[in-house]
Structures are given as C-alpha cells and as structure tokens.
Design a binder for this molecule. Sequence first.
Ligand SMILES: [Zn+2]
Ligand SMILES: [Zn+2]
Length: 388
Amino acid sequence: MLMEKRDYYEVLGVGRSASEDEIKSAYRKMALKYHPDRNPGDKGAEDKFKEATEAYEVLKDPQKRQTYDQFGHAGLSGAGAGFGGAGFGGFDLSDALRAFMRDFGGFGGGSIFDEFFGGARSQERYNRGEDLRIRLDLTLEEIHSGVNKTLKVKRLQACDTCGGSGLAPGASRQTCPDCRGNGQVRTMARTLFGTIQQVKTCPRCRGTGEVVTNPCPNCRGEGRIAGTSSVKVHVPAGVSSGNYMTLEGQGNVGRNNGLPGNLVVVFEEKEHKIFTRQGNNVIYQLPISFTLAALGGEIGVPTLNGDEMLKIPPGTQSGKVFKLRNKGIPHVNAYGSGDELVQVTVWTPTKLSAEDRDLLQALNRSPSFSPPESDKSFFRKLKDSLGF
Ligand SMILES: [Zn+2]
Ligand SMILES: [Zn+2]
C-alpha cells in the first residue's frame, strides 16, 4: 500500500483541466505499461498500476472529481465517497484489476486484449472464462425494425467473498511445488520406440504455476461463482435464424480474475401468424371474393409497416401474386428492403341462399363464366405470376 497519496492528476500526468478522453487515454497507457501480467513479480509496477487505477476511478467520475478538486484526498475518504464504504485504504490489487477489466475489458475488447496478451501463456488460457452461447427468439416485427433486448444470462461471476482472487481472507498464493511455478511438468512415457520425454501441463496447478493452500470457501478457490446477469444487446434489423453476434467479455468471468469469455447470441426467428419469410421478402396469402376478382377494386392488406391498399385489377385469377415494393425485411448489411408478395386466392362461397343460387345459375348460362377449354397461354401466365 502506498504510504503517501500523490495528487491524482500528477499520477496520470494530466493537467487539472484535462478532458475525460485525455484522462482515459492517459490511464490506459499507464495501465498497459504497469499491468501485473506484463510485469510479473515487480512490486513497483504493481503499486503504479494500483495508484493509476485509483486515480482514474476518481477522475473519470465527474462527481468524485469535483469532490476531489474541492477537498483533495480527504474529501474522498469520508462517508459518502461512493466506494462502498471501503474507502481507499482497501483499494487493493484485485480491485484495481477488476476496475481495469470493467472499463477496458467490455468494449473494443478485441484490440486491447490483442495488444495486451499478444502471446497468451497457458496460464492465461487456463484462467480465461469460457465462451457462452445463448439463443434469442425474435418475432418478425422485431427483425423488421431491429430491437434492443435485455438478456438474462446464467454465467459465472466474480466471487464477492474473495473479489475473484480465490483466496481465503489472509491467505496467499504459493509457487506450485510440483512444477516449481513453470506450469509444465516433464514425464517419461514408454512407447514402441522406447522411452520418450513428454512435457505437459502440470496437473496439480493446471498450468497456473501457483497453488492456493487455503482457498476461499465460497468459490473453492476458483474466484467465481454461478449467477445470473442482465446483458443488453442491440439486434440490427434484417437478421435471420442462425445469424449470431459475439459480445466480447460477456461470457463466464475468468478463474481468479482471468479474462472473461465471450457471449455468442444466436438469433432464431419465431413463426409468424400471417407472414412467411422468404429471404428478405415476406409472403402474404390473401383470400378475395369472387366478385372482387372479377370486377376489380381495392382491398386493405397487412404489411410489417401497417396496412396498405392493394389494387386488384378486373379479371384477377386465383394464385396471382402482387408485389408491394420495399415492404419486406430490411437488408442487414445494405440499404433497402425486400418486398411483400401478396398471393391472392379466389374464395369460393360455401353457403348460398336460394336467391344467391338463382343469380349464380343465371350467370352460369353466360359464356364468359366458363374457363377456356385449353388456353395454354393462360396457364403459363398463371404459373409465371406465382414466381415460385
Ligand atoms: Zn471466493
Ligand atoms: Zn504446477
């Protein structure tokens, strides 16, 4: 722990009027330089990392920054400082690591992780949290408009008791006696070709090089426990079943404050009551009356954008498809949308009054009411208009 607190602005090397972005970028630089994973065993670097993180935690928060500007360190150690009552005396390395992961692990994850963990050692691989996969059911309306969702995700979270360290209060990590901290052990194996030496991950410490003799009772030393979290996701318009989205750092947290895994959200389209999706077109089956088909007219048709009026020309045959341009699903990675294809079916009346029957029988005597004997062009046209 630092005996005397330095000025937070001085710690981050920024002026007192520095913008939020300047503070953030100054901290990011320092955190990357002094992060314990880059400076194993270097106590000086560890202190600098903690100091910078503490300074950043205050200066990034406008309210805390104002308090600090007005009252200095004294203003933050008292009640109401907003640090969970722990004050800064209790701001230890695991707090600093968690604060760092929280602010820099969640977004732009790929780049900073790559920069940071260029060559992942086996320990980091072991400690990294698992990726998780979750299915998200969407209605066609949600797919059409795009939607923000909050997912309930069952995942491993940092253990509250030990703050993710996996250690019982007062306990510490020790170098694994089996591999002397290497994380790897050599064994002799007998094969057909004689005895050969093999190198494998140390089974005792599972490659971490360290053992915990007195693990945290809450998480049994893993530093994480099962829980449920809310994760927000923005689904863009136009996705399809089987499309997925990777949310960096939203999977299981890592063992002992290791990197979190990712959360893969796989989309699944729910069946729609009246529309069928075909690519980005939606198909709608519209029954129309025999008189509308024969006389022509207008009829209201539902679309994903609300009702539209559709013109039915006189003499419309059953099966004819009408296109409502751009009333389908938006293209997910391009401008524009698919169409709505309205296929009409001429509905035949099933209950006739005596009067109806007389009228129809009178019509039936007219030659225009019989279909043509073998009008090939008529059937070809009909087939073409179906389009599928
Ligand atoms: Zn624990
Ligand atoms: Zn070992």
